[in-house]
Design a protein around this ligand. Sequence first.
Ligand SMILES: [Zn+2]
Length: 134
Amino acid sequence: MTAKEVEIVVDGNIKYLMARYGIPNWKIEVIYDECDNVNWGAQCERSNDYCSATITIDPARADSEKEVLELLQHELLHLVLAPFDLYRDTMTQHLVNFSSPAAKREQCIWRHAVEQTVRTLEVILKYGEDKSLS
Ligand SMILES: [Zn+2]
């Protein structure tokens, strides 16, 4: 998709999704460009102190409105979990060598826990209103 096409999808949905996910107070800037890792479709940088975030969506990695919304949803769910960033930042502030084996292990476990929780939230949102599952 073009950056403009992705922007139209985001602009038409982001306020609703922010309200639905309980994060209407966040100030979010969306950038349409490549991510830091070219294998990512989107990324999110956030500041808990100011409830502000920058979401980057790579238009080249979205082929449909559905894919744009999935990327946007994923990054917004990271904001839902943002309070846990404060805990992690506090607990790891004593690390002086972020390239140490212990620090790398902590980063790996943290990334796994966060991504799995975001994935679970995505499933809950997808199937949460399907009464046939109960
Ligand atoms: Zn993620």
